[in-house]
Write a protein that binds this ligand. Structure first.
Ligand SMILES: C[S@@+](CC[C@H](N)C(=O)[O-])C[C@H]1O[C@@H](n2cnc3c(N)ncnc32)[C@H](O)[C@@H]1O
Length: 369
């Protein structure tokens, strides 16, 4: 099996070069309207945004910023195949403008926009990002009645274009069986509350660090495995540091990442290259977690009734019998913008978890997930 990963430096408000109905999944996180770090970028999209921000017209600025994002959601609707998913990680903003402290509900505005485009909204995930920062409580402290609830979550909005996906051809059916999740992964990943830690990544370019707002590898990795199959194509119109691309490489999906800021190019290219030698790790850690789970399950509950045909380990349901995991065997460049990854099916395991590749301290420094 091979997968291809293309990075493009363009404006996602207009992606006419991507064919209609050619993409199987979008996983992304836009710049968040009304979060100060993105004021400059939104102002560069339209003078009206700059003017409304300068004249402190709060609601107008919020709406104008979303009108720019709406153009990207419309493009996503056009390029997504029927029966496929759009997953958007977004947080609301809080801000004081003209001495008025207020919430700017980005998630609600994006849901309204995607509904208008024709997407069906599906149950969403709350990503809890708890902080221990001493200044996390906002407002008047212990004195009623002017304190504000701490904003410690973001959203993962999930939409579908059209009906439920139908798998007719034998090869699609096989890809679906091979792309199965473990039972215990299904239970954790399809819950509406995610609570994993933030990214540990170190960016090469320190100036970019402040501008990246990267999401954790785990977030993209879960969504890709939940909403697409091997060989599907995942697109991220707000690529940033390329986390979606890395998760697609690890998951055996093709990917296209689009980023407006060319300053990210060097960082993304380096990040992909340094990730490849370790790109089987997320898979080996899925196996280790599964074997650990089976051990606990057998101790506490019951003997699992099924065996996975490809790996030989026990599984809980018949749907996991054909699940097939892959290791990454090699990579090559196709021009400057596309990386090709080769995979090999992983074989049988005994009860011992696979050994993890150890990193040198220097490699640990550029830790990617
Ligand atoms: C929240 S960050 C995405 C971070 C990314 N998920 C990651 O893990 O690194 C949003 C990114 O979208 C980019 N961006 C904003 N507007 C864009 C547009 N119209 N087209 C393409 N990229 C855009 C920004 O430069 C920024 O890098």
């Amino acid at each position: 099996m091979i997968s291809t990963h293309t990075i493009l430096f363009n404006d996602s408000r207009n992606v006419t070069y991507v064919k209609p109905e050619s993409v199987d999944l979008v996983v992304t996180s836009p710049p968040y309207p009304m979060i100060e770090m993105w004021d400059g970028l939104f102002s560069s999209f339209s003078d009206d945004i700059k003017i409304t921000l300068e004249s402190e017209k709060r609601s107008e600025a919020f709406e104008l910023m979303h009108l720019e994002l709406d153009k990207v959601w419309a493009e996503m609707y056009r390029i997504l195949k029927n029966e496929s998913f759009l997953c958007i990680n977004v947080g609301d903003a809080v801000r004081t403008i003209s001495e008025r402290f207020s919430l700017y509900p980005n998630h609600a505005r994006i849901i309204a926009s995607c509904l208008k485009l024709g997407f069906d909204p599906l149950p969403l995930v709350l990503w809890r990002k708890q902080t221990n920062a001493p200044n996390k409580f906002m407002g008047s402290g212990m004195l009623p009645a002017g304190a504000y609830v701490t904003l410690e979550h973001e959203y993962i909005l999930i939409f579908r274009k059209g009906n439920k996906r139908v798998f007719k051809r034998a090869e699609e059916k096989l890809a679906r069986m091979r792309s199965a999740l473990f039972w215990e992964e299904r239970n954790a990943w399809f819950s509406d509350l995610w609570d994993f830690k933030g990214t540990r990544q170190t960016l090469y370019n320190t100036d970019l660090r402040g501008r990246s707002a990267a999401y954790p590898f785990e977030l993209a990795h879960r969504l890709i495995n939940m909403y697409s199959l091997y060989n599907d194509t995942v697109l991220d119109p707000f690529m940033g540091t390329g986390t979606t691309t890395l998760a697609a490489i690890a998951s055996g999906r093709n990917s296209i990442g689009i980023e407006i800021d060319p300053a990210f190019r060097e960082h993304i290219e380096k990040r992909i290259q340094s990730f490849i030698p370790y790109a089987t790790e997320p898979t080996t850690s899925r196996i280790s977690s599964h074997l650990q789970f089976i051990k606990e399950y057998s101790k506490n509950k019951d003997t699992p009734k099924y065996f996975n045909a490809n790996h030989g380990f026990p599984v809980i349901t018949g749907q996991e019998k054909e699940l097939q995991l892959f290791s990454i065997e090699g990579s090559s460049q196709n021009g400057t913008d596309t990386t090709v990854i080769e995979y090999k099916p992983l074989g049988k395991y005994d009860s011992k978890p696979p050994v993890k590749k150890l990193r040198s301290p220097q490699e640990e420094q550029i830790s990617l997930f």
